[in-house]
Design a protein around this ligand. Structure first.
Ligand SMILES: *[C@@H]1O[C@H](CO)[C@@H](O)[C@H](O)[C@H]1NC(C)=O
Ligand SMILES: *[C@@H]1O[C@H](CO)[C@@H](O)[C@H](O)[C@H]1NC(C)=O
Ligand SMILES: *[C@@H]1O[C@H](CO)[C@@H](O)[C@H](O)[C@H]1NC(C)=O
Ligand SMILES: *[C@@H]1O[C@H](CO)[C@@H](O)[C@H](O)[C@H]1NC(C)=O
Ligand SMILES: *[C@@H]1O[C@H](CO)[C@@H](O)[C@H](O)[C@H]1NC(C)=O
Ligand SMILES: *[C@H]1O[C@H](CO)[C@@H](O)[C@H](O)[C@H]1NC(C)=O
Ligand SMILES: CC(=O)N[C@H]1CO[C@H](CO)[C@@H](O)[C@@H]1O
Length: 719
């Protein structure tokens, strides 16, 4: 296989399958090479010369010195594949005995305790190793064993500690100063009142070693010295702790700077062994401005800060009701490098309110500007009034008027107050157009006019009350009456509802109603109701004709007075002669009874041959128009009414001039043919004759009468 030509790498891959086939043939029929070499075993002499071993041949090994068998037989075979049957170590190393731990030290096993291995010895701190530290497991004859002697650990010693001036140490009685031993120094005490010795350096030193072989003291011995630092002093600083009249070694003080100063350096100092403060004294440097200045009408931004390093900007705000002066963008002051504040100026001014522009009114007082807290009054122009009931407004913190600017609106002046009445108006004395006021009168007074009046926008917008305010009226004094009096007394106001009562003097009659009342009449106008009465006497009594009375010359006829009438001679008084003035219906005086009359009368008529039908009618005088009835005595008849029956009666009446109507004349009854015929005719009328017969009879009589008349006319004519 090793014979492959390395000169043809390109064809190598192509020939792999072919080579594998060839190798198999070779392996099966070939042999093994030189047997493997082992650390632990070596090939026996007889096999060392041969370089080829046929398949199936055997080689034998022996364990090398210091090694021992792992397996019973130390053979290897050349296998069918031309390889040795076993290639791992055939023997293992022998082991040295455990050497044991050393006192005050330690054994370090590096790998194991087998042949060829190494072990080390280490001493504990403070001990040094005497002998060799390293031992090896070596072959001694046919056995394995540790080489060299066993080492041991010895404690490291120091020299006695050094002695010092003005002090002692604790080791004065000791003899040995082995590793780890320590001694402590102490300064000698001194007399009272003197500055004591200070121990400089570490008071204790101990025995140690740097090379683990030789002993050394851990440091130098301290010193005992008198140490005194001066009183520390720092400008603008103050000592906080450690104050003492004398500062000795290691005295420490703490410094602090005054407010607004900053400490440079260390605040804590110690008095060192050179009687110096260590580190050196600090410095207090100015580091802050003072409190920011007060600036009128401002307040500082809230901050708890009380340090103001250079460059600090402190902002201000305007207090309520103030604002930045125009042009100033920010109110601030800066702490300058020299720790003074930058220029301070006024930053804030009062907040301004807009000019009050009031329709129909103006502000009072008038100002060029209006600032916070200014209070102004609003005065409306004549004919106007504030819409809301506030006339005073204030400029507030927010730059606005409060309450808001009022409005003046047309309004009437307060309406007139009326006497004896009142009006119902709100407490405010503002009467805008449209508002109304109602009047009422006090008791006893009547409202004349319209009770409710209204403020209206009149001509040209001038508000006026419409209608005018009413009046409260009482009655005028009632009429005084003649011949009477009333009960008004001294009263001069006559309330509605009040009464006045009249009475008439004696002899006078009250006509009307005695008690009148003041009432509210039409439209409320008070008047007396009913009208005042009158006191009346009688009118002069009637004068009568043909008579007279006794009124004498008086022209007043009191109630109760009498007038008496008498008639002239030949006249008779008809009625009651004496009449009296009395209070008639409704008190109206009248004469009672009515005045009498003087009348004519007819004397009893003197008639012959007659008699009165009613004898009771017979008297001496008869009144005018009085009638009496006569009838003629038997055998006599009325001369004119000759045709009448004798039983017929005749009335006579008394005439106004005192004569009778025609008195009847009773004559001796006649028996002439005419009279009889007429009497017959009249009888016929009373008889049941037929109309034809009656007509015939009447025709005869008519002819007779015409003849008689003609006779008479003829006779007259003759005369
Ligand atoms: C301080 O005030 C000045 C002047 O008003 C302004 O220019 C500046 O910006 C302010 N600084 C601060 C920090 O507000
Ligand atoms: C007045 O007279 C009227 C009617 O007679 C009566 O009703 C009324 O009470 C009187 N008033 C007074 C105050 O006397
Ligand atoms: C008037 O007449 C009346 C009636 O006859 C009588 O009672 C009265 O006393 C008379 N008066 C006078 C004043 O004479
Ligand atoms: C009598 O009668 C007439 C007519 O009837 C009358 O006019 C006259 O007044 C009367 N006279 C008297 C006194 O009664
Ligand atoms: C006459 O008078 C009486 C009573 O007054 C009366 O009844 C009668 O009718 C009268 N006769 C004549 C004819 O007038
Ligand atoms: C009147 O005469 C007529 C006839 O001529 C007769 O019928 C009548 O009864 C008579 N009357 C009296 C009241 O005699
Ligand atoms: C005397 C006298 O005057 N008589 C008269 C009265 O009145 C009547 C009627 O009026 C007269 O006819 C009389 O002549």
């Amino acid at each position: 296989m090793e014979s492959l030509s390395p000169g043809k790498p390109r064809s190598y891959i192509a020939t792999i399958p072919l080579l594998l086939a060839a190798a198999f043939v070779v392996a099966v029929h070939s042999d093994c090479g030189v047997p493997p070499r082992f650390t632990s075993a070596e090939l026996k002499e007889e096999y060392r010369t041969q370089s080829k071993f046929a398949v199936g041949s055997k080689v034998e090994y022996n364990c090398r010195p210091g090694y021992t068998k792992i397996q019973r037989k130390l053979y290897l075979w050349c296998t069918l594949y031309s390889q040795w049957s076993y290639t791992r170590e055939l023997c293992k190393a022998r082991s040295c005995p455990h050497p044991g731990e050393p006192e005050n030290g330690r054994l370090v096993i590096l790998t194991d305790l087998m042949f060829g291995s190494t072990i080390n010895f280490i001493c504990e701190e403070g001990y040094r190793l005497i002998g060799d530290a390293e031992r090896k497991c070596v072959l001694h004859g046919s056995q394995v064993t540790w080489d060299k002697e066993v080492p041991y650990c010895q404690v490291i010693p120091c020299q006695p500690p050094p002695e010092i001036d003005h002090g002692t140490h604790t080791g004065t009685t000791m003899e040995e100063f082995n590793y780890g031993t320590s001694v402590t120094y102490q300064c000698d005490s001194i007399e009272r009142g003197q500055v004591p010795f200070s121990l400089i350096g570490e008071p204790s030193i101990h025995c140690t070693s740097t090379d683990n072989v030789n002993g050394d003291w851990s440091g130098p011995a301290p010193e005992c010295k008198v140490i005194r630092c001066e009183q520390p002093k720092v400008d603008h600083g103050k000592q906080v702790t450690g104050y003492s009249p004398v500062y000795t070694y290691r005295a420490s003080v703490l410094f602090e700077c005054e407010h607004r100063y900053t400490l440079k350096g260390s605040d804590i100092l110690q008095c060192n062994e050179n009687s110096r403060w260590d580190p050196q004294l600090p410095v207090c440097e100015r580091s802050s401005c003072d409190d920011p200045p007060y600036i009128r009408n401002t307040f500082r931004d809230h901050s708890n800060r009380n340090l103001f390093p250079a460059g600090t900007v402190v902002k201000y705000n305007c207090v309520g009701g103030y604002e930045l002066i125009p042009g100033i963008s920010s109110a601030n002051v800066t702490c300058q490098k020299d720790f003074t504040w930058s220029e301070q100026q006024e930053f804030c001014q009062k907040i301004r309110c807009p000019d009050p522009d009031i329709t129909n009114g103006r502000a009072r007082p008038t100002q060029a500007i209006y600032e916070y807290e200014d209070t102004i009054s609003i005065v409306c122009n004549p004919g106007n009034a504030l819409k809301d009931n506030y006339g005073s407004i204030k400029c507030e913190q927010n730059g606005a008027w409060h309450p808001a600017l009022p409005i003046c609106e047309p309004a009437c002046d307060p309406p007139a107050r009326i006497s004896n009445g009142r009006d119902i108006r709100s407490r405010k004395d503002v009467f805008h157009v449209g508002s109304s006021v109602t009047y009422v009168c006090e008791d006893g007074w009547s409202l004349v006019g319209v009770s409710s009046i209204q403020c209206i926008a009149g001509d040209g917008g001038t508000p006026r009350w419409d209608p005018p305010a009413p009046e409260c009226k009482a009655c005028d004094p009632p009429a005084r009456i003649s011949n009477g009096r009333d009960d008004r007394g001294r009263k001069d106001v006559f309330h509605v509802g009040s009464n006045v009562t009249y009475v008439c003097e004696d002899g006078w009659s009250l006509v009307g109603v005695s008690s009148i009342q003041c009432i509210a009449g039409d439209g409320g106008t008070p008047r007396w109701d009913p009208p005042a009465p009158e006191c009346k006497a009688c009118d002069p009594p009637a004068r009568i004709s043909n008579g007279r009375d006794d009124r004498s010359r008086k022209d007043v006829f009191h109630v109760g007075s009498n007038v008496t009438y008498v008639c002239k001679d030949g006249w008779s008084l008809v009625g009651v002669s004496s009449i009296q003035c009395i209070a008639g219906d409704g008190g109206t005086p009248r004469w009672d009874p009515p005045a009498p009359e003087c009348k004519v009368q007819c004397p009893k008529p003197d008639v012959q041959n007659e008699e009165m039908v009613n004898a009771l009618d017979e008297k001496m005088w008869y009144n005018v128009n009085e009638s009496i009835t006569f009838k003629c005595s038997p055998g006599y008849q009325c001369s004119d009414l000759w045709y009448q029956s004798t039983t017929d009666s005749v009335n006579v009446t008394c005439l106004a001039n005192g004569t009778w109507t025609v008195l009847p004349v009773c004559k001796k009854q006649l028996d002439s043919p005419q009279c009889n015929m007429v009497r017959e005719c009249i009888k016929f009328l009373h008889c049941n004759v037929s109309l034809t017969e009656l007509k015939l009879l009447l025709e005869v009589q008519k002819l007779y009468l015409e003849i008689q008349k003609l006779k008479q006319d003829l006779q007259k004519y003759k005369e």
